[in-house]
Structure formats: C-alpha cells, structure tokens
Ligand binder design. Structure first.
Ligand SMILES: [Zn+2]
Ligand SMILES: [Zn+2]
Length: 287
C-alpha cells in the first residue's frame, strides 16, 4: 500500500516564543534563573507567541515585545497579514509598536480585537495612531465566532478568566483543513473557568496551555496577585486522562523563574514523565 500523499504546502503553526510577558531574562532579575541568559543571550527565551503560515500568508497570535525577531523568523520578507492579541497585558499586544511610524511603517495589517482590546487601541496613544494612519486595520472579534485569517485557517476566540484590568482575555482555537490547535497563554485558574480544560484539550490536536509558574512559592511576591494554574496543578488535573490527551498538552508562557525553562531540571523531567511537553521555540504543528 502506498502511503497517503503528504501535502507539503499544508498550513502550520510555529511557536515563536515560550516566555511570560517580560521575557527571559527579566528586567531587574539578579537571581540565578536569569544569570546564564544575561551572560549568553542564546540561553534566553522570547515572549510567547504563535505564528501561522498558510502559503504566502502570515498571521501572529499575540504581538510581543520580541516582535522584531519573531516576525523575521516567521516571515523573512516581513509580510504580515493579521495579528490577533489575546489581551491587553504587555507581552501580548505592545509589539504592535513596531508597526508604527518610528518602525516598519506597516500598511493595512488586520488586527482582530475583542471590544475592550479595540477600545484600548483606538482610545490611547501611541496605539491610536496605528489605526489613524492605516498601518493597522481593526477587525472585530466576538467570543465564540470564528474569523477567516487566511485562505485555509480560521481562528475562534473564547473568553477566559484573567486579571482583566484593561481588556477582556481570550484564548484562541485555530482550525486548518486537517488539524486544530488551541492557544491559552494566560488564565487565572482552570477551576475559575466555566469550560473544563480537559474538554478543550480533547477537542483539538495540540493545546498550548498556560504554564507560567511551576509551583507555589516560585516568586517572593504574593502569588495570589498574579494567579495562574500551577503546572503541578495541571499535571494533577490531567493525571487520569488518557495518555493521548495528555500528549496534546504543551506548556507555554513560562515565567523567568520557571524551572521548565531548563530542559535538564527535575521539573522538566516531571512534565515528560506525565506524558506532556514543554513548548519550544521553533515547534511546528501542521494544521
Ligand atoms: Zn501574559
Ligand atoms: Zn496577562
């Protein structure tokens, strides 16, 4: 029997960064978690973002402070068709500044935004200038309604509970002709969500999920101020799920303190033992 033909032109997603909003190393950090990355930038990690490739079309989920390098990795010609920010925290939309007059001076890049995200971009400088000059063209996003972002890819936003001081927060489901992917970089706790995360994971082929902190006590600040599902909680929650479901989970949005940034750590070994993965820059997922 001949194997089915491989569609070499099939659309795909590519992980462009795995760190929390502030990146790795993080400004002001004098701890051992960032020392090696300050000494050797190749040991650092870019901020979480996912690129979508469909033929000539290029789409970004989140516009990070590392957008310059990430756009180059995604699109050597600099072409960018659409950007979809998940929410209004610094790691997820401030990369839009590179589309402006002081930088690439883009023209007509579609930015799909939820209502409060759209208001943040239209009502406040410097973001308001992007739309005023036509560098970006704001497109509406409605929770639960999919939008076509390229000829063969659709993206559906869904609301998740998060510190929503400035905007609502969404995760994205991406559907291609063959496969699907979910991207949920920020959420307070799985238990605060009216959707069972296991259901989300069971409904897609790959799920890039919030792995910000490995465990409680990881930072010296009150961690209730910055709630996220601890990775140890996520591992426990999925412990009884079938291995093929656990294998779809890729942890992303890792804080500079997170031992998962070191693949040789005991924490990384625990994730592998649980049948899950830590997302890595350059990971490709066919859609
Ligand atoms: Zn974030
Ligand atoms: Zn956030």
């Amino acid at each position: 029997m001949t194997p089915p033909p491989v569609d070499v032109d099939a659309p795909y997603a590519v992980v462009l960064g795995v760190a929390q909003d502030a990146g790795h190393p993080q400004a002001g950090c004098t701890r051992s978690c960032c020392a090696a990355a300050y000494d050797d930038p190749s040991r650092g990690h870019r901020v979480s973002s996912v690129g979508l490739v469909d033929g000539e079309h290029r789409v970004l989920l989140d516009a990070t402070p590392d957008l310059t390098a990430q756009l180059h990795a995604l699109s050597p010609t600099g072409r960018i068709d659409a950007i979809l920010p998940t929410h209004g925290h610094i790691g997820h939309y401030t990369g839009l500044m590179y589309l402006g007059r002081e930088a690439m001076g883009a023209a007509g890049v579609s930015v799909f935004a939820m209502p409060r995200m759209r208001a943040l971009l239209t009502d406040h400088a410097p973001w308001s200038q992007l739309a005023a000059l036509g560098q970006i063209v704001l497109q509406p996003l409605v929770a639960g309604q999919s939008v076509q972002v390229s000829p063969r890819l659709r993206v559906t936003p869904f609301l998740v509970p998060h510190r929503d001081e400035f905007t609502e927060t969404v995760g994205f489901r991406v559907d291609g002709p063959s496969r699907s992917l979910a991207y949920v970089p920020d959420i307070d706790k799985w238990s605060k969500w009216d959707v069972a995360v296991e259901q989300l994971v069971a409904s897609v082929d790959v799920a890039l999920l919030d792995g910000t902190f490995f465990a409680d006590g990881e930072i010296s600040r009150d961690m209730a101020e910055v709630p996220h599902p601890f990775v140890v909680e996520t591992l426990a929650r999925f412990a009884d799920d079938p291995s093929e479901v656990r294998a779809r989970v890729h942890l992303i949005h890792l804080n500079h303190t997170n031992p998962l940034l070191d693949p040789t750590s005991e924490a990384s070994a625990a994730v592998r033992a649980a049948g899950m993965r830590v997302a890595e820059e350059g990971d490709r997922h066919g859609l």
